[in-house]
Design a protein around this ligand. Sequence first.
Ligand SMILES: [Zn+2]
Length: 305
Amino acid sequence: MKLRTVLAAALCCLPSVALAKVRIVTTTEDLAALAREVGGDLVEAQSIAKGYEDPHFVQAKPSYLLKLKRADLFVQVGLELEVAWAGALLTSARNTAILPGNQGFLDASSGCEILEKPISVDRSMGDVHPLGNPHYWLDPANGATIAGNIAHRLAEIDSAHASDYEASLLKFKSKLVEKGKEWDALAVPLKGLKVVTYHNSWPNFAKRFGLRVIGFVEPRPGIPASPAHVQALETQIKRDKIPLVLIEPYFDEKLPQKIAADTGARLAILPPSVGSEPSIKSYFDLFDHDLKLILSAIGKGESKP
Ligand SMILES: [Zn+2]
């Protein structure tokens, strides 16, 4: 067989449209899940932080440098959520396309409702929320905005598929509206429910579903509790008859367990991210899981999620 024939035979068997997927690296699994919703098969989205890790403090594996080097798009939560680790990683990756100011860099917070914006920036005592609360993905309305931000950027980077990204975004948003109705109905018994949480991760979630977060195990985000703080918190839990202490999965349970035991409150581990548990695979799974878990913890759920 002549060489040309061999080559022709080989080429015929390759996929006719061998367009590379848009390579997306996100800081969190929530962003990667939203990128998959709007990108579908046209993208390959991977997150550096896992859902069971504290997104403020991530030990990024060196393998992520290679992924960042090859990435077409980097997406971060922003508001300094990842300030302790993402910037250094981006610089080390030496991929100009994904540096801030370029098309391949996206801060997902643009246009989202950001709560607790300070009048002046305060990093005193190590507060890790100096620019407002960065856990804003925990309101589905912000999820729609984040998905829109990612879809629009994908349409710029991969303009040949702009209409595909727009169509996927519309489909995602309409499913979110339907699921939102379901979640609001589920959350009716949660209206006015007073809770204590470990970290200040939940203001957007609480606002959407009617919970009242009245205190934190950490006195301020990222600051360990002192004995005086714990005592004051326990007094408040007993006085206000707060039934529930919620802890993110990446914090030590010992202190919250003691607080629950001392006060009679129940303790529940509430995942704030996709991937916190293997069953939470999508952005929709996250709200399904969390609402059912809280209902179950206060004895109003049908069964454990
Ligand atoms: Zn935080």
